[in-house]
Design a protein around this ligand. Structure first.
Ligand code: NAD
Length: 277
């Protein structure tokens, strides 16, 4: 079973970006807004900020208290929309319940929406005219490309239908010529579908959901899930040990899709920056 090494792929992409940045007099700028004190969100934001600094980007980390009003957050986004030194704006999700996340995402101008979550960027992706597309699915496509997986005509099953992963993932795969099924909590006979898949993207957020009796020999398994165990360790949505020897390739957790997501965020910021040159 081939291990698709996301850590190394991400490192290579970051190196490429860092070399590209050296030729510019002004560094690309990424602003990350964090609301509240959620520990996982704080960790993600720290990792994103560190990655920015490493490739020579200007990084602006804005931390707001969880009692910020929607109005105040909207004006913060507007301020960043107008800031000429900021090319990408990211609002770390989830936001507190009193704030309408959709409203905040739509307030980011599409040219600076480096997460690719705005209706305009999602619309472009679904029409195969992508400008900036969501980081995790885009990272997955790069990982599939790294093992020379030709997706044309392949049967792909996605487990999970969120706006962040499952749905944009379906569009990416469809754009690459695959036949796509998107499964979710309400899907009947899910193993019937996964068993006939050439490629499975697991993004349900359920630890060790995909087992050996869910898959066929030679399947490619992309494990997007990040599930914290009681002992603090991290596990994916695929039962790695159980599928070993049946799947032909797999992305590990940790060290798979996670690092690629951050590297693609940097790439999206560079795309947003270069579009303004
Ligand atoms: P979400 O909770 O928004 O969506 C989960 C989806 O999975 C839903 O569509 C739900 O219906 C479906 N689902 C849940 N349980 C299921 C089951 N038993 N069978 C079939 N479908 C099921 O989650 P999300 O934001 O899309 O994230 C999914 C997972 O991916 C989480 O573990 C998250 O931490 C991880 N994630 C990882 C990265 C990364 O960079 N590696 C990025 C984003 C999300």
């Amino acid at each position: 079973m081939k291990i698709i090494d996301g850590k190394t792929l991400a490192q290579n992409l970051r190196k490429k970006i860092a070399n590209q940045v050296k030729q510019y007099s002004r560094p690309p700028g990424l602003a990350v807004i964090l609301v509240g004190d959620d520990e996982a969100s704080q960790l993600y934001v720290r990792n994103k900020t560190r990655a920015c600094v490493e490739v020579g980007f200007y990084s602006d980390q804005i931390h707001k208290s969880s009692n910020i009003t929607e109005e105040e957050l909207l004006s913060e986004v507007n301020r960043l929309n107008e800031n000429q030194n900021i090319d990408g704006i990211l609002v770390q999700l989830p936001l507190p319940l009193h704030i309408d996340s959709n409203k905040i995402i739509e307030a980011i101008i599409p040219e600076k929406d480096v997460d690719g979550f705005s209706s305009e960027n999602v619309g472009k992706l679904s029409q195969n005219k992508s400008f900036i597309s969501p980081c995790t699915p885009k990272g997955v496509m790069k990982m599939l490309d790294s093992i020379k997986c030709d997706l044309r005509g392949k049967d792909c099953v996605i487990i999970g239908a969120s706006n962040i992963v499952g749905r944009p993932m379906a569009m990416e795969l469809l754009n690459a010529g695959a036949t796509v099924q998107v499964c979710h909590k309400g899907t009947k006979e899910i193993t019937h579908k996964t068993k006939s898949a050439d490629v499975i993207i697991a993004a349900a957020g359920v630890a060790n959901l995909v087992k050996s009796d869910w898959i066929k020999e030679g399947v490619i398994l992309i494990d997007v899930g990040i599930n914290r165990q009681a002992d603090g360790s991290m596990t994916g949505d695929v039962d790695f040990e159980d599928v070993n020897g049946i799947a032909s390739a797999i992305t590990p957790v940790p060290g798979g899709v996670g690092p690629m997501t951050i590297a693609v965020l940097l790439e999206n910021t560079l795309i947003a920056y270069e579009a303004k040159l």
